[in-house]
Design a protein around this ligand. Structure first.
Ligand code: IMP
Length: 430
């Protein structure tokens, strides 16, 4: 078995979808292993934009199996809408090549309601700025064993039992904690999801053990969502998502046995962005940050929110590289940095007057961190038409070499624009 992981090294939105799409051509399977439709993976093919939320980014390649693993939280209604949208856009969706684990936890209507009610009850400082997709409440139900799984949709009695079990607690929460008068009706919910289940059935794996066994000897790409700094354990807790986004989770979240990764690819932007709440030491609230927002079109693919922008943060990256042990970097959006005379890169933080190269795991210390910058020369040439690494301006090559050296990891993939063809490889991958 050859296994490749493509995961985000920052706070998400690194451009993973495009990298997965390009590499998927050489794969037999693309596997999502965590997160849900909080993700927004944008892929531009022949000038046409496609945004994927739950469907894996291998879907544009015929004959590639796209698998939504047990570690994903799946909103069945939104999944069906996404499939319809893709079909309407002329993409062939064959349920034999798009499969959902029987063990995937479902995002139900009431998870979205609770996600939003909880966020609105918080202060500006404590708001996480979730995508409102019900991700956290669905993972909570998985951990507390109140959850509904994909396979439950296939059995009406079981579905009713699971929903009734969960809803009693949800209604108490909505009524007494969030003061809501619109409570969840068990029968209507069961009816709605039974209908959804009929449509979803062809996509749900029939026999999971045999299905998982069929991955043996295959070439598989694991597609991460969000980024390592949003990981529930290793990210900037509590301003994180509710799943493990690091590459080692690929095996847990799919049931594919951990034979070690053939290639463990970090996708990172040449600068940093963050959407939602939480500290962001290298954010540039001034003119240069505005330029990044505009040139990089930094608006969320799922929520449309403007992303906060700033300089590359090697302190945060060192911590994510430590956890993931990446073997290669796909550096994206380097074209956005054209036009700056100098580029700033954070190489250390000053926390309470003391300089440190280490990422503070305590959120209060992280919030107090002031970046220590190294300045590197910028370039002015437009990079969007560059197709060979050697055609990049020398300053851009030096910027990349600096990253390679600081993170002790090679950069064999450089992306210079959103299009499929706007990518440079210094060595073949896959
Ligand atoms: P949730 O995943 O919707 O619970 O949101 C938790 C945090 O993760 C918020 O700050 C979101 O903005 C952020 N987040 C979730 N998914 C993504 C993503 O795909 N890209 C970037 N940020 C994300």
């Amino acid at each position: 078995m050859l296994t490749y992981a493509v995961t985000g090294a920052q706070w998400g939105d690194e451009g993973k979808g495009k990298i997965v799409d390009v590499l998927a051509e050489k794969m037999e399977a693309v596997v999502r292993f965590q997160g849900g439709n909080n993700a927004g993976h944008t892929i531009i093919i022949g000038g046409k934009k496609h945004v994927l939320h739950t469907v894996p980014s291998g879907i544009f390649h015929q004959g590639v199996l796209n698998y939504i693993g047990n570690g994903v939280v799946l909103d069945p209604e939104e999944f069906l809408t996404e499939v319809e949208g893709l079909r309407a856009g002329g993409i062939l969706i064959d349920p034999r090549f798009l499969k959902i684990s029987r063990r995937a936890s479902l995002i139900m209507d009431y998870h979205r309601v609770i996600d939003k009610a909880r966020e609105s009850s918080k202060s500006a400082e404590t708001k996480i700025g979730t995508t409102g997709r019900g991700i956290g409440p669905a993972y909570e139900d998985k951990a507390s064993r109140f959850g509904v799984r994909a396979a439950d949709l296939l059995s009406p009695e079981r579905l009713k039992e699971r929903i009734a079990h969960a809803v009693a607690e949800k209604n108490a929460l909505l009524k007494h904690l969030y003061g809501s008068t619109a409570l969840i009706d068990i029968d209507a919910t069961v009816e709605k999801y039974s209908r959804i289940g009929e449509k979803l059935a062809p996509f749900i794996v029939a026999e999971e053990q045999a299905f998982l066994a069929s991955f043996a000897g295959k070439k598989i790409l694991f597609e991460g969502a969000q980024g390592s700094m949003l990981d529930i354990d290793f990210g900037t807790f509590p301003f994180v998502t509710s799943s493990n986004t690091v590459s080692s989770y690929a095996f847990v979240g799919s049931g594919i046995n951990p034979g070690g990764l053939t290639e463990n690819i970090a996708v990172m932007k040449a600068y940093t962005t963050r959407v939602g709440g939480g500290p962001f030491p290298t954010q540039d609230p001034g003119e240069e940050g505005r330029i990044m927002v505009k040139k990089g079109m930094e608006f969320g693919a799922t929520t449309g929110r403007e992303r906060r922008c700033g300089w590359l943060d090697l302190v945060a990256l060192r911590s994510t590289f430590l956890v993931n042990r990446f073997t290669a970097i796909a550096l994206t959006k380097i074209d956005v940095l054209s036009g700056f005379d100098t580029l700033k890169v954070a190489t250390a933080y000053r926390v309470n007057g003391k300089e440190t190269p280490h990422f503070p795991t305590d959120i209060a210390q992280f919030a107090a961190a002031v970046p220590v910058y190294r300045e590197l020369p910028g370039w002015h040439a437009d990079l969007s038409a560059v197709r060979k690494f050697s055609d990049l301006p020398s300053e851009a090559r030096s910027y990349i070499a600096f990253i390679e050296q600081e993170l002790s990891t090679p950069v064999p993939i450089v992306s210079v624009g959103p299009g499929r063809e706007q990518i440079l490889f210094t060595r073949p991958i896959g």
